[in-house]
Ligand binder design. Structure first.
Ligand code: SAM
Length: 277
């Protein structure tokens, strides 16, 4: 616009094209964050139009993150690996874990440059956290990264989190094979938490969401999965009760009303598994 100078915010890395939407920033917008651009808000709004209740679903996912991390801390886990961690939002893993166990250590991993840059900024003063810029497919690179080698002890249980991340991994990438490699890296007593979008309850809405993403310039494309397929991601890990369930139903801190629940509460599966041997 004539007379205006468009200033790039200081937290935007030079190589980021602010005309291409990213799922990390669209999700930040849905959660009410400020690290997003017009293209991301447009994508977020389009997705929300196809999945009414997306906002409360996203907040339910963050609330699950808190309950799952506290469960793992109670089980003795003191080190965490959060893959597809996103742009830091309220109740990040280190906040939840270190509030209960100040010695807890957390490695954050994301492929989105803004998620990584912003995590580095927020975590600069916390030496029990580290950030890795990587694609989740680089399993050995992630476990061998300087942050993981500094913070994760290979003979102690690890809490691995993959929240709202695996549905960005298409079947062509062999997500089950990748998950096997992650599970093989973990010592006994480790835990794995997953949340995953499903079309089991709203097939049409989720299919329309996938089409919105295909039509957008976003590099992130959606693959919804059914209950059995998400369950397979845990391999031979033992699911802790209540198993793989609708996100708000996983050990709610308040009673969940069953029957007559709004549709927005049934879009993501959530579960925690434990490696027993
Ligand atoms: N885990 C956070 C949560 O549940 O609140 C953020 C979820 S956000 C919807 C998905 C994140 O996964 C984004 O930040 C995106 O960049 C990241 N992501 C998607 N595909 C990825 C991949 N192949 N490797 C690493 N990160 C990925």
């Amino acid at each position: 616009v004539e007379g205006f100078v468009v200033v790039r915010p200081y937290w935007v890395p030079q190589d980021v094209d602010t005309e291409v939407p990213s799922i990390a920033r669209a999700y930040d917008f849905v959660l009410g964050g400020a690290h997003n651009f017009a293209v991301d808000r447009e994508l977020g709004a389009r997705i929300e139009a196809t999945m009414p209740g997306l906002r409360s679903g996203a907040h339910a996912n963050r609330a699950f993150l808190g309950r799952a991390v506290r469960h793992m801390v109670d089980a003795g886990v003191r080190q965490f690996l959060d893959i597809g961690s996103g742009i830091p939002a309220v109740s990040a893993v280190h906040e939840v874990a270190q509030a209960v166990a100040p010695d807890a250590r957390v490695v954050y991993v994301d492929r989105d440059p803004i998620a990584v840059a912003h995590s580095e900024l927020i975590l600069a003063d916390n030496d029990r956290t580290g950030v890795v810029h990587a694609d989740m497919r680089d399993v050995d690179g992630i476990f061998g990264s300087p942050a993981a080698r500094r913070l994760l002890r290979r003979d102690e249980p690890i809490g691995l989190l993959m929240l709202l991340m695996l549905h960005w991994v298409p079947d062509e990438w062999d997500p089950h094979g990748l998950m096997r490699r992650y599970r093989d890296h973990l010592p006994a007593g480790s835990h794995l938490a997953i949340t995953h979008i499903t079309g089991d309850r709203d097939e049409r809405g989720v299919a329309e969401t996938a089409r919105v993403l295909t039509r957008s310039k976003s590099p992130d494309q959606l693959t919804e999965r059914g209950h059995a397929d998400v369950l397979r991601m845990f391999g031979d890990f033992e699911l802790v009760p209540p198993g793989l369930v609708d996100c708000p139903e996983w050990r709610p801190s308040y009673p969940v009303e069953v029957g007559g629940r709004p549709a927005e509460h049934i879009m993501f599966y959530a579960g925690v598994g434990r490696k027993t041997r």
